[in-house]
Design a protein around this ligand. Structure first.
Ligand SMILES: CSCCC(=O)C(=O)COP(=O)(O)O
Ligand SMILES: [Zn+2]
Length: 221
């Protein structure tokens, strides 16, 4: 399928989804200092050829402008003539789409995801068990345990992108970059948002639990 075969309404719907999510996440301060990026896929999925709308690089994501998004292909190359640069992290989106066939990917930097990814960075995953929000990932087993993968935060994005396919756990729709942020995805923007919110809940919970455990140890001394 060529990009020009995709219906205009579908492209506009993707841009509307991105606009709504961007506004909501900005209101939560989830894009400090222009950080973060968002994408929504359009058209049929073929791992060798697909297209998605992605945020332009370096923009203030708390405001709306006509230059906020562009469409790129499976290699992160713009589909139309534009002066806009796709997100510097577009290659990571490309690898997540290629591997999962998902419909939307959201990346945010928060204090909680940075702290927890650094705390567990050496072991390469954040352990989470028995937290109700794990059900947001469609895991319904009692006392379910998951591992949220953490990748090193190399300066060169292609070095990170090449690690992505092997790091993805099909049951866990997210990957952390150590001391950087999280990528969460889903079949569509609604699901990707739900997953991202569940991850952020788990990170805040885990961080606070570590503090409480440390306080308990301290008070027992
Ligand atoms: C200013 S934060 C450093 C870059 C980054 O991690 C990020 O998420 C934003 O990069 P983009 O090119 O998508 O604006
Ligand atoms: Zn980032």
């Amino acid at each position: 399928m060529a990009f020009s075969d995709i219906r205009l309404e579908q492209k506009q719907a993707a841009l509307q989804d991105l606009k709504g999510i961007k506004e909501l996440f900005a209101s939560r301060n989830w894009f400090p200092g222009t950080s973060g990026n968002l994408s929504v896929r359009v058209g049929d999925f073929n791992p060798e050829q697909f297209y998605f709308a992605v945020t332009a690089s370096g923009k203030d994501k708390s405001v709306h402008t006509p230059e906020d998004y562009l469409f790129v292909d499976q290699n992160g190359v713009p589909c139309e003539a534009t002066g806009l640069k796709p997100s510097a992290e577009t290659l990571i989106h490309c690898e997540i789409y290629r591997k999962t066939g998902c419909g939307a990917i959201f990346h945010v930097h928060t204090i909680d995801n940075n702290l927890i990814s650094d705390w567990y960075g050496e072991q390469g995953y954040v352990p989470a068990q028995g937290i109700e929000l794990i059900k947001a990932f469609n895991i319904w087993e009692e006392d379910a345990a998951i591992r949220i993968p953490i990748l090193p935060n190399y300066a060169e994005i292609p070095r990170i992108a090449e690690l992505v396919p092997d790091a993805i756990d099909p049951a866990v729709p997210g990957i952390l970059l150590r001391n950087h942020g999280i990528y969460a995805w889903g079949n569509n923007a609604f699901e990707a948002k739900k997953h991202l919110e569940a991850f952020e809940f788990i990170f805040e919970y885990s961080y606070r639990r570590l503090l409480l455990n440390a306080a308990r140890l301290h008070s027992a001394q």
